[in-house]
Design a protein. Structure first.
Length: 388
């Protein structure tokens, strides 16, 4: 799969784009995009990797997943007015109000703001777009006049580290980071070639063959968006997140908050309203690697073995909360807590209660309810990707 330069696109294209579900070998990247779409307050995704690793292909496919939402590319040479918008204060003299001209940040509302080679973008523009992504709004101030517009987009930046790094202060502002590289697995590389050649031979037919899988991912994201507001972070969850961030010696509190938001998004993606330790670990894998570099010569990435060890320590130091007693001691006299059995029970029910308990076991009992390792982007009901 080639990783060609992106341009601003709309829902009308000459031929079907490469399907999101057909991308091979970039499971972590797809998961990061999905989680940011579920909870934009995570703050965006920066994709670091060599050329030719399907960075742009994956982002373009993700646009279709979001229902042909706008995909706005921010040019490297864009001016600040082009990015954040402008106020024509001269119209105050004739109309009594300043005329607002929206910029690219507002045009990306409801879609994706894509910055290719974000490491080459001027720092003040990176600050502006990261602020908009984190707050969900953009504010312009000119000569004492201000205007605020709401904007809700998925921020995606790509960069090739060989061409230069982002300053650590700016890199930290991205919620999640994914390092992508060409697989060294022969079967994976073979599958990539097979998929790409099939797409080039018949783009429309190839896209149609993955349409159902893409549709199911779209529906799963919509369900997760509706559910994420109901996800509960317990005191134990928060303490374990804090333990991991402290153990990895990350600066500030941004990492803690990003992990908390990402863990909630992953729980919602898996159809749950409670956050598990697996949710926290997956969130840490995406939120910590780019925040651990203190020096340009430091190696990027995260030691998975160290993360597992720190998670185990967190479990020991911060045990699970105890379940409340089923029979409170302070019930008023004569009160029924719902557990008392009736005074009389029909004879025919003798011996059947235990059998009913076994028979009533739900078909899904014993299933974890979240994506399996190696295929984290799939929700329950989404078929496994083909030719993986």
């Amino acid at each position: 799969m080639s990783d060609t330069g992106a341009t601003t696109t709309s829902s009308r294209t000459r031929s079907a784009g490469y399907p999101f579900s057909a991308v091979v070998g970039q499971d972590q990247l797809r998961l990061a995009l999905i989680l940011t779409a579920i909870s934009p307050r995570i703050g965006g995704v920066v994709i670091r990797g060599e050329k030719g690793t399907a960075k742009t292909t994956t982002v373009r496919g993700f646009q279709k997943i979001l229902g042909d939402a706008p995909l706005v590319q921010l040019p490297i040479g864009a001016t600040e007015d082009r990015v954040v918008g402008s106020l024509d204060v001269e119209t105050v003299l004739t109309t009594g109000k300043a005329q607002y001209k929206p910029g690219l940040l507002v045009q990306a509302d409801g879609g994706i703001l894509y910055v290719d080679e974000v490491n080459l973008l001027a720092d003040h523009l990176v600050d502006a777009l990261l602020d908009a992504a984190a707050t969900g709004q953009v504010t312009i101030e000119r000569d004492g006049i201000s205007h605020t517009s709401a904007t809700d987009f998925v921020l995606v930046g790509t960069m090739n580290p060989e061409e230069g790094e982002l300053r650590p202060q700016l890199l930290d502002r991205f919620g999640l980071a994914v390092d992508v590289a060409a697989s060294r697995d022969v079967e994976v590389r073979t599958a990539i070639m097979r998929q790409r050649l099939a797409y080039e031979a018949d783009p429309d037919g190839f896209a149609a063959s993955f349409a159902e899988e893409d549709t199911q991912v779209t529906r799963a994201i919509a369900r997760a968006r509706d559910l994420v507001g109901q996800v509960v972070l317990t005191a134990t969850n928060l303490a374990r997140i804090a333990h991991i961030c402290a153990a990895f010696d990350v600066d500030g509190m941004r990492a803690d908050l990003v992990i908390a938001r990402t863990a909630c998004a992953h729980a919602a993606w898996c159809g749950r309203t409670t956050v598990s330790d697996d949710d926290i670990k997956i969130a840490a894998q995406l939120a910590l690697p780019h925040r651990r570099r203190r020096d340009p010569f430091d190696e990027p990435g995260l030691d998975q073995e160290q993360l597992d060890e720190e998670m185990d320590k967190a479990k020991q130091d911060i045990p699970d909360e105890e379940e409340p007693d089923s029979q409170p001691d302070d019930l008023p006299d004569g009160a029924d807590d719902g557990s008392r059995q009736p005074d009389t029970e029909p004879q025919e029910s003798d011996g059947t209660r235990e059998e009913k308990d076994d028979d009533d076991q739900a078909p899904g009992d014993g299933v974890t309810g979240h994506a399996a390792t190696g295929s984290p982007f799939r929700s329950p009901g989404v078929p496994a990707d083909r030719n993986r």
